[in-house]
Design a protein around this ligand. Structure first.
Ligand code: PLP
Length: 372
C-alpha cells in the first residue's frame, strides 16, 4: 500500500480539509481502525456478519459525537431532516418513507401484520431469516421455495406455490446468503402480480453494493401500489450495524401497518450520523472500492482452487467449500477469523464477508494453508 492510499484511507470523509499541515494533523486524529493482521480468537477478523469493518464516514462520526451531547432529549426535528435527505435522494414523497432502528423492526412488523391476518408467508430458501423466523415464531406457515439450479430465486416456482392464504411475500434482492440478484424486469412483473394477492416486501439491504445492469430497486413501485414495501438499511455500506438506522418505503397507508403513530424509538446519534453518511458519496465510493478489492481477492482464490461460487453483488461471497461449513468455521475461528453460520441445505457452502483487502488476503492465505 502506498503512502497516498494510506492517507486516502485516513482521510475518508475528511477531504474538505485543505493544506498539508492541517491534513496530516487531522490524519493522525482521524485514522480509520488499523487492519487486524494479527487476529486471535479473542480479537478476530470479522468476516462472518456482512458488516462494514471500516466504521463510519468521518463526517458522520463527527456529528454523532456532537449529537451525543443532546441525547437526553427527544429529537423529532432530525428525523424530519433525514426523511427529507432520503426523499430527495430516492425521489420518493416524504410520507412514503419510514425510519427505524435498522430494517429489522420493519421486517418483524411485516411478519406480525401477516399474523394479524392469519396468513402464510411465501419466500425462498435460503434467504435472510428475520421475516421467515419471526413468522414461524408466531406460528405462521412459511412456504420457502428452494432456489433454482443456478442458486437464483426461482420466481416461477414461487408463483406456482402462491395460494390465497399467503398474505406476505418476502424476497431479498440481492439475496443473502446467496449474493445473486433477481433480474429487474422479471422481479417487477413478479411484484406487480403478487401484490394483487398479498403484501410484497423486497429487502434491499445490500442495494448500495450492487453494480449490475440487470438489477433495479423496486422503490418506484411503491408510489402507486399500496401492497409493496421496500426495506433498506444503513447497517451495511454506512456501517450503522451497531448504531442502527433502517428505512421502509411504502404507501402511507401501508407504512401504518409497520410503524406507530409517531416515532420515539429512534436515537438522535444515529439519525444525525445517517444525515451525513447518506450524503457522503466519497465515503460510500471508498467502501465500494475496498469491497471490490476484497471481493477480487476472494474470487481469485475460488478460481485458483476451483471452488464453485456465486458471483457477488454484495459485500459477501458464497462458495462451495466441499466440506461442512461448521468444520471450516471452527478451523478459521481457531486462527482468529469469523465466517458465516451454516445455511441449510447448503451446509457445505460457506458465506464469507469482505473485510479490508489486507485482512482478506490474510483470510485467503489461512484458508489455503488449511484447505488447499
Ligand atoms: C438481507 C438483510 N436484511 C436485513 C438485515 C438486517 O438489517 P438491520 O441491521 O438493518 O436490521 C440483514 C443483516 O444482515 C440482511 O442481510
Amino acid at each position: 500500500m502506498t503512502n497516498n492510499v494510506t492517507r486516502r484511507d485516513w482521510l475518508i470523509g475528511g477531504s474538505a480539509l485543505a493544506g498539508t499541515m492541517l491534513v496530516s494533523k487531522m490524519a493522525a486524529a482521524q485514522t480509520v481502525p488499523a487492519a487486524n493482521l494479527n487476529p486471535t480468537p479473542e480479537n478476530p477478523i470479522r468476516a462472518g456478519f456482512n458488516e462494514n469493518v471500516y466504521g463510519h464516514s468521518l463526517k458522520a462520526k463527527k456529528v454523532m459525537v456532537k449529537a451525543a451531547e443532546t441525547a437526553h432529549l427527544y429529537d423529532f426535528f432530525s428525523q424530519r431532516v433525514l426523511n427529507k435527505v432520503i426523499s430527495e435522494m430516492e425521489n420518493l414523497p416524504g410520507d412514503h418513507i419510514a425510519i427505524e432502528n435498522g430494517s429489522t423492526p420493519f421486517l418483524e412488523k411485516a411478519a406480525y401484520a401477516c399474523a394479524i391476518k392469519q396468513g402464510k408467508v411465501l419466500t425462498t430458501n435460503p434467504t435472510y431469516s428475520s421475516v421467515p423466523g419471526t413468522a414461524k415464531q408466531l406460528g405462521l406457515e412459511v412456504i420457502a421455495v428452494p432456489v433454482g439450479e443456478d442458486m437464483g430465486v426461482d420466481l416461477d416456482t414461487m408463483r406456482a406455490a402462491m395460494t390465497d392464504d399467503v398474505k406476505l411475500v418476502y424476497l431479498c434482492n440481492p439475496n443473502n446468503p446467496i449474493p445473486s440478484i433477481i433480474e429487474k424486469n422479471a422481479l417487477r412483473d413478479f411484484c406487480i402480480e403478487m401484490s394483487k394477492r398479498a403484501l410484497v416486501l423486497i429487502d434491499e439491504a445490500y442495494y448500495e453494493y450492487v453494480d449490475n445492469p440487470d438489477f433495479a430497486s423496486m422503490k418506484d413501485l411503491v408510489t402507486d401500489n399500496p401492497n409493496i414495501i421496500i426495506c433498506r438499511t444503513a447497517s451495511k455500506i454506512h456501517g450503522f450495524a451497531g448504531v442502527r438506522i433502517g428505512f421502509a418505503f411504502a404507501h402511507p397507508d401501508t407504512l401504518r401497518l409497520i410503524t406507530g403513530p409517531f416515532n420515539l424509538s429512534l436515537n438522535n446519534v444515529a439519525v444525525a450520523g445517517a444525515i451525513e453518511s447518506y450524503q457522503d458519496m466519497e465515503y460510500q465510493n471508498f467502501i465500494k472500492q475496498k469491497n471490490r478489492e476484497s471481493m477480487d481477492i476472494l474470487e481469485n482464490m475460488f478460481e485458483e482452487l476451483g471452488l464453485r461460487y456465486i458471483k457477488s453483488n454484495s459485500n459477501f461471497a458464497f462458495f462451495h467449500a466441499g466440506r461442512p461449513s461448521t468444520e471450516v468455521a471452527e478451523a478459521l475461528k481457531k486462527r482468529g477469523i469469523l465466517s458465516g453460520r451454516p445455511f441449510p441445505p447448503f451446509t457445505d457452502w460457506v458465506r464469507m464477508s469482505t473485510v479490508k483487502p489486507e485482512e482478506m488476503q490474510y483470510v485467503v492465505d489461512v484458508y489455503k494453508q488449511l484447505f488447499a
